[in-house]
Structures are given as structure tokens and as C-alpha cells.
Design a binder for this molecule. Structure first.
Ligand code: PBG
Length: 328
């Protein structure tokens, strides 16, 4: 590159039209997956306090909201369930009548064009709040694999279009792939939470899903925030086991991991813009300490710029509206 004064990088910044032409990254509504929390009962619409705009919804309200999501052009939802009862093995997760399975069926009846993705993890369903079954006070990896595989089969049986294992058990992608293939679901993709960190940013989600561990924490299975080489090994293992999309979670504090992984693997990548990231922006915006629309757009653009093809975000509905409104 020649230098100043022949080169003036400001030349491309002067006209708005030229700025738009030279823009390297743009968001599209088709990049987004909207997470939703579904609960038993009728006429339930409980606000999740640390996540303004997000609710625990019973099926009747879920249907209404799913209609809105589809009308906004958002291509997919990610479902989390709040079970009627919790037990040590998280039984409702893999019962045909479980809340998520019911939700999939009603969504498929009312908004068949909407893609339904399901979280495959036991933490919302176990009474101890851990992501798998326990033996001697530890999460038993191999015993959990069997249950995760059953859970994924049960969700796909009910009509799920894609499953997203998030328990951080070794071998979970392989176990689920094999279980789906056994049932003939050879074309159902797996989006794996491959590099999922033991993060403080999940705090508000655990309020929404009632999934706070009753003892200890998740550092025995989720990743240490200090590590990135290990994330590459997690992602490589999941690709090897058949993951169609690999995910980094959370997004904002891990943009380096997204970027390195995209360059290293060139695999379809998702990033989860998690509950705590959403809560921080909402809290500051409600106090008018930041411009919520501007900061949200900037954050989501940075996640895409880092290398994410798919963004899972509680902001999906508002960003869909803003993209239609056009630039501010
Ligand atoms: C289930 C799961 C969690 C999230 C997604 N799937 C919680 C956790 O691991 O504690 C967090 C999502 C968010 O914070 O928005 N294991």
C-alpha cells in the first residue's frame, strides 16, 4: 500500500453511499436464531427480570410469539423447557409429552416455515441442576451420553429440525449422531455448543430456566475462560464426530476464539450472544447510559465480523425490526 498523501483512507468515508459500499460486514435477519423459554400451564407469560422483553411462555402465548418471530423473517427459534417436575435423571427431557416436545408439535402446526432448534442438555430438568447424571457427586460423562442421545431422538421425533447439544460431555456429538442415524434421521443436522465456557454471563439464563446448580459449579465440564488452544481441540473433536455447525459461547468476551476457529476450520460457525451480554446492554440502555440500538448493532456486527455465520441472540426480534427500518 502506498502511503500518505497518495493514500487517504478517509476518502472512502466521506459519502454515506460510499461508506455503505465499502462496508465489509452486514447483518441480515437470516443470520439469527431467537431463543425462547417454554413452560407448562395456560396463560403464563412470566417476565424474566434480568432480561427485559424475555418471558417464560405457556404454549398459548408461545404460539402468539412464534407468529411474530416468523412474521419478522427470523428463520429459527431455539427452545428451552421448564419442566413440571425435576428429578435426578431429568426424565421430562426425553418423554414424548415433555414440554419442549409439545412446543415443537404446536409450532410445526402453526408456523411450519419456522425452523425449530432444540437445546440438548439436562440442567433444566435435573433436581441438582447439573447438565448430566451424577455418580459420587460428579457428572458421569458416559452415563449422560445415553440420556442426551435419547433426548435428541425424542425431540427429532416430535419434529425438531436441528439439535444443539450443550452439556459439554465428551463424545456427545458422536453419541447423538449415532442415535439419530439409528432412527433414520440421517439428514437432521447437529449444531454443537463446542467451545462452551464456564461463564458468569449465563446468570440471567439460569433465572429464566431455573437451572442454577444446587451445589458446586460447571467448571468440571465447561471450559476455563483462560483457554483458547483447548477450544480448537474441542471444535476439532466435534467436527470429527459429525457436527454440522460448531458454536462458541458466550460471544462477546470470546471473539478471538470465534475468529481463530473460523480461520482454522472454515466450518459453519455459530456464536451465542448470551443472557448476561443481553442483560448488560438492556440495563445500561434503560438508564440511558448507552444508546441501546447503536450498541446492540455494534456488538452483533462485531460477532459476525469475527467469523460467526449464525448468531443466537435475545436481540433477534429488535434487530429484525431495525434492519427493516434501515440505517438510523
Ligand atoms: C444449558 C444452557 C445454558 C445456556 C444455554 N444452554 C446454561 C448453562 O450452561 O448454564 C446459557 C444461555 C444464556 O446464558 O443465554 N446448559
Amino acid at each position: 500500500m502506498s502511503s500518505f498523501p497518495k493514500t487517504r483512507l478517509r476518502r472512502l468515508r466521506r459519502l454515506p453511499a460510499l461508506r455503505r459500499m465499502a462496508r465489509e460486514t452486514s447483518l441480515s435477519v437470516s443470520d439469527f436464531i431467537y431463543p425462547m423459554f417454554v413452560t407448562h400451564g395456560r396463560d403464563v407469560r412470566t417476565p424474566v427480570e434480568p432480561m427485559p422483553g424475555i418471558y417464560q411462555l405457556s404454549l398459548d402465548h408461545l404460539i402468539e410469539e412464534v407468529g411474530e418471530v416468523a412474521a419478522l423473517g427470523i428463520p429459527a427459534v431455539l427452545l428451552f423447557g421448564i419442566p413440571a417436575t425435576k428429578d435426578p435423571e431429568g426424565a421430562e427431557a426425553y418423554e414424548a409429552g415433555g414440554i419442549v416436545q409439545e412446543a415443537i408439535r404446536v409450532i410445526k402446526q402453526t408456523a411450519p416455515e419456522l425452523m425449530v432448534v432444540t437445546d440438548v442438555c439436562l440442567c433444566e430438568y435435573t433436581d441438582h441442576g447439573h447438565c448430566g447424571v451424577l455418580s459420587d457427586g460428579h457428572v458421569d460423562n458416559d452415563a449422560t451420553l445415553e440420556l442426551l442421545a435419547r433426548m435428541a431422538q425424542c425431540q427429532v421425533d416430535a419434529g425438531a429440525d436441528m439439535v444443539a447439544p450443550s452439556a459439554m460431555m465428551d463424545g456427545q456429538v458422536g453419541a447423538i449422531r449415532e442415535a439419530l442415524d439409528d432412527k433414520g434421521f440421517v439428514d437432521t443436522p447437529i449444531m454443537s455448543y463446542s467451545a462452551k465456557y464456564a461463564s458468569g454471563f449465563y446468570g440471567p439464563f439460569r433465572v429464566a430456566a431455573g437451572s442454577e446448580p444446587r451445589f458446586g459449579d460447571r467448571s468440571g465440564y465447561q471450559m476455563d475462560p483462560a483457554n483458547s488452544d483447548e477450544a480448537m481441540r474441542e471444535i476439532a473433536a466435534d467436527i470429527d464426530e459429525g457436527a454440522d455447525i460448531v458454536m462458541v459461547k458466550p460471544a462477546l468476551a470470546y471473539l478471538d476464539v470465534i475468529s481463530t476457529a473460523k480461520k482454522a476450520f472454515g466450518h459453519p460457525m455459530a456464536a451465542y450472544n448470551v443472557s448476561g451480554e443481553y442483560a448488560m446492554v438492556k440495563a445500561a440502555a434503560e438508564n440511558e447510559w448507552i444508546d441501546g440500538r447503536r450498541v446492540t448493532t455494534e456488538i452483533l456486527t462485531s460477532i459476525k465480523r469475527a467469523g460467526a455465520d449464525v448468531i443466537i441472540s435475545y436481540h433477534a426480534k429488535e434487530i429484525a425490526r431495525w434492519l427493516v427500518d434501515g440505517p438510523q
